[in-house]
Design a protein around this ligand. Structure first.
Ligand code: NAD
Length: 444
């Protein structure tokens, strides 16, 4: 099939690349000329395992074309995916400006019938707005075209985006048009051949499904953090409690980890957006408000433990930081707990020496620019030189089994504040480390 994908971020670039890998001809469009120039040269502007290889392969075959010329894409395709950002607006609602700008451009440039598939996460009712915007532009051009606007929310995870797209748990399509369903079923068939999880529904339910999925996952995390905070008060260990409840099939083990909060470009903004969508429709989303409040509080949980230990004035102290990205296998730092944690430590007078396998350039360029209290280290051990404690903020695999002897040699104190519960408390105690976890109040 011939496809245009508008937006070459995490979702658009992966979508376009994976469709081209299955033999489709794909135009990937972005208004960011810098990004397009990089992609044309085979430089991938984001880190995602397995992506670079697929981009280069399909680009060289001519099946994956990068351009800022939307007309070229639309003239050469029948299906157009919208995958632009829907960032958080000032009042917490999803900012639809980019999606509606794209709709306008489609209306101005389309020259034949088209299926427009929205992959961006958008409030219920957006498909109608996109259709109305396109139709308005076509009317001005006195052009009558058949444009079907469909919702196809994306569920890929950063860090395993290619794998998730290639083997999705499900594909959700929101439309009442049987012909469109048939075409999209065929397009997605190489990705869903092992199961029948191609789920069709009305467009509004599809739009709502994405928010429901992300807010459910965020709720599980905040719920576990709440239980962890109670564990600390009552002398229980969240690591044991997790095993105890995860074994229940109705609950399951996934997404049951307590920690120093969730971040990323999706959960925080989607929780906020659904609270706003509910409020705009006369409903108070109390659970979601608490999920958000608890997460904001949780991002500072390690700083609170540090203040308990050292007091409010941290000047003269240096903390080693392992992990800056909001989760492993990505360089994305949007809403990462590391940003809140490091800024607070600096505000209290401390210095930090940070190491992350992928996110240090982004950290230096966008998050701690001109902050002289933040230094960056070549590797995880250098980040510990003359530090008073280590804070583990992202559970990258390379932090799982470190050389504790080497760490002891580098650090002033044998002291770890672990925001991701990566180590065994007893083992660390035996080798002389003071070790603080999230939700482990067990004193035995
Ligand atoms: P992103 O910010 O990484 O990328 C968006 C891209 O769209 C940017 O490159 C931007 O330049 C481009 N763009 C903006 N306006 C444009 C226009 N008029 N024409 C062409 N390009 C334009 O965003 P993302 O993380 O890929 O997310 C995209 C959408 O998918 C969001 O709604 C997000 O909530 C949703 N989503 C994201 C993820 C994820 O893990 N990142 C997962 C599922 C769904």
């Amino acid at each position: 099939m011939k496809i245009t994908v508008i937006g070459t971020g995490y979702v658009g670039l992966v979508t376009g690349t994976c469709f081209s890998e299955m033999g489709n001809n794909v135009y990937c469009i972005d208004i960011d000329n810098g990004k397009i120039e990089c992609l044309k040269k085979g430089i991938i502007p984001l880190y995602e395992p397995g992506l670079e290889e697929l981009v280069l392969k399909n680009q060289s075959k001519g099946d994956l074309i990068f351009t800022n010329n939307l007309k070229d894409g639309l003239d050469n395709s029948n299906i157009c995916f919208i995958a632009v950002g829907t960032p958080m607006g000032e009042d917490g609602s999803a900012n639809l400006q980019y999606v509606l700008d794209v709709a306008k451009d489609i209306g101005k440039l389309a020259s034949h019938d088209m299926i427009v598939v929205n992959k961006s996460t958008v409030p219920v009712g957006t498909a109608d707005k996109v259709k109305a915007t396109i139709m308005q532009e076509l009317e001005q051009r006195n052009l009558k075209l058949n444009i079907e606007v469909v919702s196809n929310p994306e569920f890929l995870k950063e860090g395993s985006a290619v794998e998730d797209f290639m083997r999705p748990d499900r594909v959700v399509i929101g439309t009442g048009n049987e012909i469109v369903i048939g075409i999209l079923k065929e397009l997605y068939s190489p990705f869903t051949s092992n199961h029948e999880r191609f789920i069709t529904m009305d467009v509004r339910s599809a739009e709502m499904t994405k928010y429901a999925a992300n807010t459910m996952l965020a709720t599980r995390i905040s719920f576990m953090n709440e239980i962890a905070n109670i564990c600390e008060k009552v002398g229980a260990d969240i690591n044991n409690v997790r095993k105890g409840i995860g074994s229940d099939k109705r609950i399951g083990y996934n997404f049951l980890y307590a920690g120093c909060g969730y971040g990323g470009s999706c959960f925080p903004k989607d929780v906020k957006a659904l609270i706003k969508i509910a409020a705009n429709n006369g409903y108070d989303a109390n659970i979601l408000k608490e999920v958000e409040a608890l997460n904001n509080q949780q991002k500072l949980t390690l700083v609170r433990k540090i203040v308990d230990k050292f007091g409010e004035n941290l000047s003269g102290l240096t903390f080693g930081i392992w992990g800056l990205s909001f989760k492993p296998e990505t360089d994305d730092m949007r809403e990462a707990p590391s940003v809140v944690t490091i800024n607070k430590l600096c505000e209290l007078g401390a210095k930090v020496r940070a190491y992350d396998p992928q996110a240090m350039d982004i950290a230096e360029k966008y998050y701690f620019k001109d902050n002289k209290q933040v230094e960056y280290a070549e590797n995880k051990y250098d980040a510990l030189d003359k530090t008073h404690a280590l804070l583990l903020l992202t559970e990258w695999k390379e932090f799982r089994s470190p050389d504790f002897e080497e760490m002891s040699k580098r650090m002033i104190n044998r002291l770890i504040f672990d925001g991701r519960n990566q180590y065994n408390k007893e083992t660390l105690r035996e080798i002389g480390f003071e070790y603080h976890q999230i939700g482990n109040g067990y004193k035995g």
